[in-house]
Design a binder for this molecule. Structure first.
Ligand SMILES: Nc1ncnc2c1ncn2[C@@H]1O[C@H](COP(=O)(O)OP(=O)(O)O)[C@@H](O)[C@H]1O
Ligand SMILES: [Mg+2]
Length: 320
C-alpha cells in the first residue's frame, strides 16, 4: 500500500462550536491504483486530503494516522511536509489558477519545480518540461512553454497543471474535482488523459468527485463518504452493479441515466446532509434513509464485509 489512512478525524473550531468534518475515516490505496472518493458537497472529501497533506485552515486540526509508503506523515513539521508534497505526492484542484502563478510563463514555472525539487540544470529542466507538455497533449509545446496561464483555455490550463503535478514523477497524485469546472467534452478528455498517464507512469491516484459518473470510467476502487465517514467501499463494478448501502443506492438512482429511460425523472435523495456541529449518535445518514432500523438512531454501524474488498457500514447487513 502506498497510502494507509486510519481513524482520521478533522475538527474545525468555529464561533458556533466544534465542527466535525471528518469522523474516523479509514481507507488505503495500493501502488499504481486509482481510488475514487465520492460524496455530496460538504461530505468532507477535500478536508480529508487537505488534512493528510498538512494544508488545513488555521482553525482546523487533524488526528489519527496517515501512513505514506510505510511512514507516518500526519502532522509532520511543515518543512518535511513541503518536501514530500513536492517530490512524492502531488495535488491538483478544480481551479488550475490555485496552483499556477498568473504572472509567470508556464515554462518558467515548470523549470522552477525541477530546479528546486530535482536540482536539475536549466537546459535539462527545459527539455523535461517541454516533454511533459507534449505528454499531456498540448500541441506545439515549444511555443506554449512561453505562454502565460491566462493565454490558455480552461482545459489547456488543467492539462498544464497535470503536467506540473507529474513533473517530479510522484508516487501519489491527488486530484480534487479536477474536471468539475469544465464542460462535458473537455471533462472526458481530461479524465482520459489522467488514465493514460497513470497507466504509463504507474502513479497511484485519488480522484475526488461529487459525480459518480466521473468514477465509473476512471477508478479501480470507490469510497463513498457521508458526514465525513465511510458508507461503502469496494471495487468499482461492485459499487455500480451491486451497491449495498442505501446512500450509495440513492446516489446511483440520482444519476442521469444514459440508456432507454434517459428522460425518466431524476430521483434525488430527500433531505439534506447532517449538521456537522451536532452529528447524530448513530449513522449520519439516518435522517434520510428509507430503510432505517431503530438501532440506526443510537449506534454507529461497523463495517460489514459484503464481498471481496467490499464493505458496507450499515446495520442492515447485521440484520440480514
Ligand atoms: N476552515 C473551516 N472552518 C469551518 N468549517 C470548515 C472549514 N473548512 C471546511 N469546513 C467545513 O467542513 C465540511 C467539509 O468540507 P469539505 O471537505 O470541503 O467538503 P467537500 O466534500 O465538498 O469537499 C463542510 O461542512 C465545510 O463547511
Ligand atoms: Mg471539495
Amino acid at each position: 500500500m502506498i497510502l494507509e489512512v486510519a481513524d482520521l478525524n478533522v475538527r474545525f473550531n468555529t464561533p458556533e462550536g466544534d465542527l466535525h468534518a471528518v469522523n474516523g475515516l479509514g481507507f488505503s490505496v495500493a501502488k499504481g491504483r486509482t481510488l475514487g472518493i465520492v460524496g455530496e458537497s460538504g461530505s468532507g472529501k477535500s478536508q480529508s486530503v487537505l488534512a493528510m497533506m498538512g494544508l488545513l485552515a488555521g482553525n482546523g486540526s487533524a488526528a489519527g494516522s496517515v501512513r505514506f509508503d510505510g511512514k507516518e506523515i500526519l502532522n509532520l513539521p511543515p518543512r518535511q511536509m513541503n518536501k514530500l508534497r513536492g517530490m512524492r505526492i502531488a495535488m491538483i484542484f478544480q481551479d488550475p489558477m490555485t496552483s499556477l502563478n498568473p504572472y509567470l510563463r508556464i515554462g518558467t514555472q515548470m523549470m522552477e519545480v525541477l530546479e528546486q525539487h530535482k536540482g536539475m540544470k536549466r537546459a535539462d529542466a527545459r527539455e523535461r518540461s517541454v516533454e511533459m507538455l507534449r505528454s499531456v497533449h498540448i500541441s506545439d509545446p515549444g511555443a506554449r512553454f512561453a505562454s502565460y496561464p491566462h493565454e490558455l483555455s480552461g482545459g489547456m490550463r488543467q492539462r498544464v497543471m497535470i503536467a506540473m503535478a507529474l513533473l517530479c514523477d510522484p508516487d501519489l497524485l491527488i486530484a480534487d474535482e479536477p474536471t468539475t469546472a469544465l464542460d462535458v467534452t473537455v471533462q472526458a478528455q481530461i479524465l482520459g488523459l489522467l488514465k493514460e498517464l497513470q497507466a504509463e507512469l504507474h502513479t497511484a491516484v485519488i480522484l475526488i468527485t461529487h459525480d459518480l459518473g466521473v468514477v465509473a470510467g476512471s477508478c479501480d476502487d470507490v469510497l463513498v463518504i457521508y458526514g465525513g465517514q465511510v458508507m461503502e467501499r469496494g471495487p468499482v463494478d461492485e459499487i455500480f452493479y451491486a451497491p449495498r448501502h442505501p446512500y450509495t443506492r440513492g446516489l446511483l438512482s440520482s444519476m442521469p441515466s444514459q440508456g432507454a429511460n434517459k428522460h425518466a425523472p431524476l430521483t434525488v435523495i430527500k433531505g439534506s446532509p447532517p449538521d456537522l456541529r451536532c452529528l447524530p449518535a448513530g449513522c449520519p445518514f439516518v435522517a434520510r434513509c428509507d430503510q432505517r432500523l431503530n438501532i440506526c438512531e443510537s449506534e454507529r454501524p461497523g463495517q460489514f464485509s459484503v464481498g471481496t474488498g467490499h464493505l458496507s457500514a450499515c446495520h442492515l447487513e447485521s440484520a440480514s
